[in-house]
Design a protein around this ligand. Sequence first.
Ligand SMILES: C[S@@+](CC[C@H](N)C(=O)[O-])C[C@H]1O[C@@H](n2cnc3c(N)ncnc32)[C@H](O)[C@@H]1O
Length: 411
Amino acid sequence: MALLKELCYGTCRWYFQLNSTLVNLVDKPLKSKDLDIHCLLILGMYQLSHMRIPEYVSINETVNACVVLKKPWAKGLINAVLRKFQRIVSADQISYADDSARFSYPEWLVTLLKAEWPDSWEEILKAGNAHPPMSLRVNLQQCSREGYLELLAEQGITARVGAISATGVYLENPCPVDLLPGFREGYASVQDEASQLLPSLLAPESGHRILDACAAPGGKTCHLLEAEPNIAQIIALDIEARRLDRLQENLERLNLSGARVKIVAADATLTEEWWDGEYFDRILLDAPCSATGIIRRQPDIKLLRTPADIDRLCLLQGRQLDRLWRCLKPGGFMVYSTCSILPAENSEQIAAFLNRTSDAESKAMPEDWGVLCRYGRQLLPHDNGTDGFYFALLQKMLPPDKPGHGLVSPL
Ligand SMILES: C[S@@+](CC[C@H](N)C(=O)[O-])C[C@H]1O[C@@H](n2cnc3c(N)ncnc32)[C@H](O)[C@@H]1O
């Protein structure tokens, strides 16, 4: 299973680089009906250039896979191409025509990141090609972070604390969750450290009514409940019912399920279908996004995402902001977050929202992590070892006819 995962992830991670070499190794491009053979060639090339599998095994297994695919005619082609590739790899003769091939990203994304992050685009691209660390969120209701490090050490698991959160722990080597001490009892969850910054920004308080508008699979819902056990109610809403099953499982494992959590499968933008009209003290909008900040975890994003997706997601995020804003109590706070590193989904999205929303104000976050943007803060994937992540803190102004209500930041 681990080998299969490595083959799939690695092939996606290095697809653009390998494919740029492949086009020079075949006389003419393969027909679209032979996409499987094209993929098989990339898979073989990945093994030859990035894995320690003996070369003859990689070549033989890849050639034999043609039989499984019922395309034995491709055996000779695959054998010839992989042997040619093997020769240029051993002679260190690979050169790349452009940065798309050099860093192994789609051209449009390289161009966009160069424009948006002119000083750090190379570091960002390299970080996106790295293997991600396994990071945990310690459930402070069950155990202190230091106590959990001791439990890990007792199991022979080397770990260190994260630098920017109160709950983050990094394992030196990834391991199955069942080997983690107290995992089934809810001592810890797998979560990137960037996401763990949320409770310090949303600052939930005893008695609060909170909406987590895009909640599944529930990493942040659970963390909010761990951070403030006396939240009056949290509505965990998501459009994908199937993903909400995982949220329920997480709540149960962490001993957080109960009357305080209401799980709702609905479209957040259709407030008339699920909102009872009672304002929320806090809203989290962890919006669907390009996921360009987590390419190291999901390298298939390089192949699947298109520029048209970014436009579509920006429209959805804007609509979600507008619709959910109506549900926020005057004086209340909303955190808008994404795992994107594209300003169009982040700072520019918030700028446009503030422009059209007279009672919304962006609040400063007294933090020192990430890049301070015009609005909000951006974690970049090469900076602290976290995923790329964005947070903005917004407050709904009280109507002008309510003097004397000083608006106080939750921080
Ligand atoms: C970034 S993920 C949320 C991750 C989650 N907050 C966590 O910490 O585990 C974005 C979520 O938005 C959901 N989503 C997308 N469009 C939505 C909509 N219109 N209404 C509600 N949820 C939506 C997706 O199903 C997905 O689960």
